[in-house]
Design a protein around this ligand. Sequence first.
Ligand SMILES: [Zn+2]
Length: 167
Amino acid sequence: MNTISHGILGILFYKILNIINPELFIININILIIIFIISNIPDIDIIWAKTLESHHKSLLHIPLFWIGIYIFSLFFINYIFSTIFIICIILHLISDYICARTAGIKLFYPINNKEYSLYKLDKPKGIKKIYKQNKKEKLDFMKFYLKNKKLIAFEYGIYIITIFIIT
Ligand SMILES: [Zn+2]
């Protein structure tokens, strides 16, 4: 899943909270930007990962790590903010699991090291980072990315639903 899709999914979740309780979950541009950024925090590991298929291997894509952070944060930070934060992160991990093409999610790390994904992973397609690919490799990756029509429908369906609900 790409950066915009992760951000939009977080915004969709926050908009649902806003519909349920508009006084508590107010919407303004600053809050939406914060939600967008939080929803993309796990993908910071793309900076130091050597390849696309390895970027899910850091702690930032490990559910247990975030559950630990959440429990820890409850002692110091407002629980409503902490809970919104953790749900945005969990939504990121769930959507990475659903949309995984080259890198899955280590759902049960450290109990086991297996990467899980809804569809079968094609690791060789993720041996380079997007910005390190030449033109032909980028085109090939784009074809590969667009091949699974269900995932494309899921990813862009979220855009349409969010635009429909938010306007
Ligand atoms: Zn991710």
